[in-house]
Design a protein around this ligand. Structure first.
Ligand SMILES: Nc1ncnc2c1ncn2[C@@H]1O[C@H](COP(=O)(O)OP(=O)(O)OP(=O)(O)O)[C@@H](O)[C@H]1O
Length: 290
């Protein structure tokens, strides 16, 4: 993988939301350079601003300070080169798995592919996530994990430069989650896509990422630390459990979240300031890596 070309860049990003009586500063001075093909995880306590960062990259929100560049062009609106996968899949309920992926493919490749090419491409992407057997099922006929896979197939089928994922596996059981994590690693390796994924799961972040971006607690959240994960690929979850480097990375993220950031959270609040919600703290469940 080449880290030489930073194709995505957040520069001095700040985000203020208008609230009653003033402005709530959610983000301040967020700077990040991402190379093509990198897998980045964003981790931090609940409410620190991870989704806001992702929404700015997606073009769903405009930063109130600084900005986001993709291949040197400012991101000002959503675009098919930045596909988003949300935690709750957001499929069209009246369309089949095939129809959901086809809708996105038609939007992107209407002019460049024939009808038959589009059909083959939709099926290819559903097969990538092992959903080839259920292409004619509607979302209400699919399990949560299957729906999530269709959402991922839809995003991949758009051949985005950047895949943005907001807790894509958060609502899934541990086994389905492990299976999808493995599929994502395989697909990302094959396509060399750039991925930015929000997660609350420390094990998931270490397993999947090239770098883990750790955010401080809000208000005025920013990037606290960035951890390189120098583990060779392909990565095998079972083998990694005993790997010293894996455990060092894991420890480093846990220490950031529960020692360095915990101290901030336990400081007395200034009146009127919102803080992260400790109930939504990231987890380090060993189950995912079992
Ligand atoms: N439209 C808005 N108006 C006012 N405040 C907002 C708005 N959107 C987000 N916020 C605030 O900005 C902060 C960051 O929110 P964000 O959703 O980005 O956090 P998060 O880290 O993704 O949280 P979680 O992990 O719980 O999903 C929070 O304090 C939130 O209340």
């Amino acid at each position: 993988m080449s880290h030489s070309r930073p194709h995505l860049e957040l520069s001095s990003v700040g985000m203020g939301f208008p609230v009653k009586g003033g402005t709530f500063t959610a983000l301040e001075d967020v700077n990040l350079r991402v190379a093509e093909g990198e897998f980045i995880s964003l981790i931090g306590h609940s409410g620190c601003g991870k989704s806001t960062v992702l929404n700015i990259i997606a073009g769903l929100m405009r930063a109130t300070r600084g900005g986001c560049l993709l291949d040197g062009r400012e991101v000002t609106e959503p675009g098919p080169e930045r596909a988003v996968v949300f935690q709750n899949h957001s499929l069209m309920p009246w369309l089949t798995a095939y129809g959901n992926v086809e809708l996105a493919v038609r939007q992107v490749f209407r002019r460049s592919m024939t009808r038959q090419q589009r059909r083959d491409w939709v099926i290819h992407n559903l097969e990538l996530v092992h959903m080839g057997h259920a292409i004619d099922k509607r979302p209400d006929e699919l399990s949560g994990g299957m729906r999530q896979r269709v959402g991922i197939a839809r995003a991949l089928a758009m051949q985005p430069k950047v895949l943005l994922m907001d807790e894509p596996f958060g609502a899934l059981d541990a086994l389905t989650r492990a299976h999808l994590q493995d599929s994502l690693m395989e697909i990302q390796r094959e396509l060399n896509s750039t991925v930015i994924m929000i997660t609350h799961d420390v094990d998931e972040a270490v397993l999947l990422s090239d770098r883990i971006v750790m955010m401080t607690n809000g208000p005025a959240a920013t990037i606290g630390e960035v951890l390189d994960v120098p583990l060779a690929r392909p990565r095998d979850r079972v083998g990694l459990a005993d790997c010293a480097e894996y455990n060092r990375c894991r420890q480093s993220v846990l220490s950031f979240l529960y020692e360095k950031q915990q101290k901030v959270m336990s400081m007395p609040r200034k009146s009127g300031e919102a803080r992260g919600d400790p109930e939504g703290a990231p987890s380090a469940s060993g189950a995912v890596n079992a």
